[in-house]
Design a protein around this ligand. Structure first.
Ligand code: SAM
Length: 213
């Protein structure tokens, strides 16, 4: 993700407190109150500019979505989309996913989406990958029993690492595709990175991983 410093980003985020939730730890265990209903909650970790989660929220009004993005200069693009569309079932958090258990209680989330996560190709950085076992443990804590991770990437190395990481953690793998755009998977919503990489002819890998306990 190419970052441009945007001095106005933090102010814009603060102004849109209806969509960009400022103190997420205050809502731990009570996200249904934030949405005003008991619909399932799906989160996307590393939302980027938000095309995927905005598309999902439009398509599935009976699911609540929370997009999590580390950089304010990036999440503002997602926030602008949510504000323009006035989506009631989508909130954004400008936080680091390593602290997920500070923001969500046990069993509060039904699904985690990981889309085009940073690959961290050097093995000495493998612990930073969002599919490393410590992140899988965080997701397990906040997910319901039988909760799922849905993962897409263009990066073969990250995909192979993630399949091993999921398997070693005891997750059940489903609907594995080595070429999503030439598969029979229906209803795919593309992310910004997915559009960019697939337009260059790169294959998109996808898998669903289910916690069994
Ligand atoms: N998912 C988007 C897409 O497919 O277009 C963005 C992909 S981009 C390569 C990865 C994004 O994940 C970046 O915006 C980065 O800031 C975010 N990210 C990486 N680590 C994160 C973390 N620990 N917590 C929150 N966001 C993170």
């Amino acid at each position: 993700m190419r970052l441009r410093h945007k001095p106005w980003a933090s102010e814009f985020i603060a102004q849109q407190s209806n969509y960009a939730i400022a103190n997420p730890e205050q809502h731990k265990g009570k996200w249904h109150e934030v949405f005003g209903n008991n619909n399932p909650i799906h989160i996307e970790v590393g939302t980027g500019k938000g095309q995927f989660i905005v598309g999902m929220a439009q398509k599935n009004p009976h699911i609540n979505y929370i997009g999590i993005e580390l950089f304010d200069s990036v999440i503002v693009a997602a926030l602008q989309k949510v504000v323009d569309l006035q989506l009631p079932n989508l909130k954004l958090l400008n936080v680091n996913a390593k602290n997920l258990t500070e923001y969500f209680a046990d069993n509060e989330i039904e699904r985690v989406y990981l889309n085009f996560s940073d690959p961290w190709p050097k093995s000495k950085h493998s612990k930073r990958r969002l599919t490393y076992k410590t992140f899988l443990a965080l997701y397990e804590k906040i997910l319901v029993k039988g909760g799922e991770i849905h993962f897409k990437t263009d990066n073969q190395g990250l995909f192979e690492f993630s399949l091993i990481s999921f398997s070693e953690y005891g997750l059940q793998l489903k609907f594995l595709s080595l070429d999503l755009h030439n598969s029979d998977y229906e209803g795919n919503i593309m992310t910004e990175y997915e559009e960019k990489f697939s337009s260059k002819g790169q294959r998109i890998y996808r898998v669903e991983a289910k916690y069994m306990n």
